[in-house]
Design a protein around this ligand. Structure first.
Ligand SMILES: Nc1nc2c(ncn2[C@@H]2O[C@H](COP(=O)(O)OP(=O)(O)OP(=O)(O)O)[C@@H](O)[C@H]2O)c(=O)[nH]1
Ligand SMILES: [Mg+2]
Ligand SMILES: [Zn+2]
Length: 367
């Protein structure tokens, strides 16, 4: 049988800067597979197929029905196992190796499913631009989802060349950053890139997130010293991005780090990332143990140490307000998810009930 009949539509040569870098943990997990299997990493996701980079090729493949049935959908950054049997025309993803982190956000609009941004990240650059994009409240949202993901956030303030007061903006970011590093750069002028390189260690995976037009793809091009990603001139219009990057893409930097470019998003929902909220508001977490009630919500409870700290000027009022907003949002999301699950359960029982009735009727008829 020829290569053409294989179910993966493309057998590309690897795109520049997309060689596979498996980390040692994944290599070990994969070594349990013997037979016609190959390991790879998901470099891009298309509507129904995935680009997977393997040791020396890139394949466009689908996932097995069995994997879909159990609701396992590969994400960019996932290490996957491909069943590769060219002789029978089979080439598909049959397993996803355990993830060490997963970055998700709440879906915009009505749906109540979380959207996976990427998997197996070590560090996430939360990119903002000095100028009108800068917004501490939005940064808090990003910090929440990154803290909840298991990866470490770094706040990157890009376009320092455009702002006279880049220092002042950085100071604003530091105020809400807690222990999270804040780096100021200009990707266009290639200023401060060496500070980013501190985080781009071999075998580490870094993803860039942030609004459209803040310069994520420009940063990738600057780090690769090559125009691998399209960028779009925001200045010609209104400083707002044009959603230039539409597909998540993974690249390997010369030093061995893997970097993932993401499409910019208009608004960032935190989903049910409650786990990340405490870490995003360390000053609130610090006073909370002093509250009279253990499950104090810091709204109007007597003996609330957090409210006292706000009144005494230790915690800015906006921070507590933002905390409340995010808590409410994550609780709402959790509730929605629970209702969704219950509905599915209900449907399932209804179906089982119907099936049982049918069997019973069949039996009656056979008598
Ligand atoms: N002045 C200045 N412009 C920059 C800098 N970095 C990026 N830009 C410009 O900002 C515009 C948008 O950059 P992109 O890299 O396309 O932004 P993006 O974040 O990838 O946007 P999406 O793909 O839409 O999410 C381009 O015109 C870049 O040249 C910078 O440091 N300084
Ligand atoms: Mg882009
Ligand atoms: Zn309290």
């Amino acid at each position: 049988m020829t290569e053409k009949t294989v179910h993966s539509s493309e057998t590309d040569e690897l795109r520049a800067h997309q060689e596979l870098s498996m980390d040692s943990i994944q290599t070990e997990t994969f070594s349990r597979y013997t037979g016609p299997y190959i390991a790879g990493r998901v470099a891009a996701r298309h509507r129904t197929a995935f680009d997977v980079i393997t040791e020396n090729r890139k394949f466009r493949v689908k996932t097995s029905g069995a994997l879909l049935k159990i609701g396992k959908i590969p994400a960019v950054g996932d290490f996957v196992v491909i069943l590769n049997q060219p002789e029978t025309g089979t080439r598909m993803i049959v397993d996803i190796l355990p993830r060490r982190s997963i970055l998700t956000r709440g879906a915009a609009g009505e749906g109540n499913t979380e959207q996976v941004i990427a998997a197996n990240l070590d560090i996430v650059f939360i990119v903002t631009a000095a100028g009108s994009d800068f917004n501490p409240r939005r940064l808090e949202r990003y910090l929440t989802i990154v803290h909840a993901s298991g990866a470490k956030p770094v706040i990157v303030i890009n376009k320092s060349d455009l702002a006279e007061d880049a220092e002042k903006i950085a100071a604003e970011a530091v105020k809400i950053a807690g222990k999270v590093p804040v780096v100021t750069i200009s990707a266009l002028k290639k200023n401060g890139l060496e500070e980013l390189e501190n985080y781009l260690m071999p075998e580490k995976t870094v993803a860039l997130v942030g609004s459209s037009g803040v310069g994520k793809s420009t940063i990738i091009n600057a780090l690769l010293s090559e125009e691998v990603q399209d960028t779009f001139d925001t200045r010609k219009y209104d400083e707002k991005g044009r959603h230039t990057t539409t597909v998540r893409q993974l690249f390997t930097l010369p030093g061995g780090a893997v970097i993932i470019d993401n499409p910019g998003v208009r608004e960032i929902q935190i989903g049910s990332a409650a786990a990340g909220i405490d870490e995003t508001f360390p000053e609130i977490a610090e006073f909370a143990p002093e509250c009279r009630y253990r499950n104090c919500r810091h709204t109007d409870e007597p003996g609330c140490a957090v409210i006292e700290a706000v009144n005494a000027g230790f915690i800015p009022k906006e921070r507590l307000e933002s905390y409340h907003r995010l808590m409410k949002e994550s609780e709402f999301q959790a509730e929605k998810e629970e209702i969704g699950l219950k509905r599915i359960e209900k449907k399932k029982y209804k179906w089982i009930g119907k099936a049982a009735k049918r069997i019973h009727e069949d039996k009656e008829r056979c008598r």
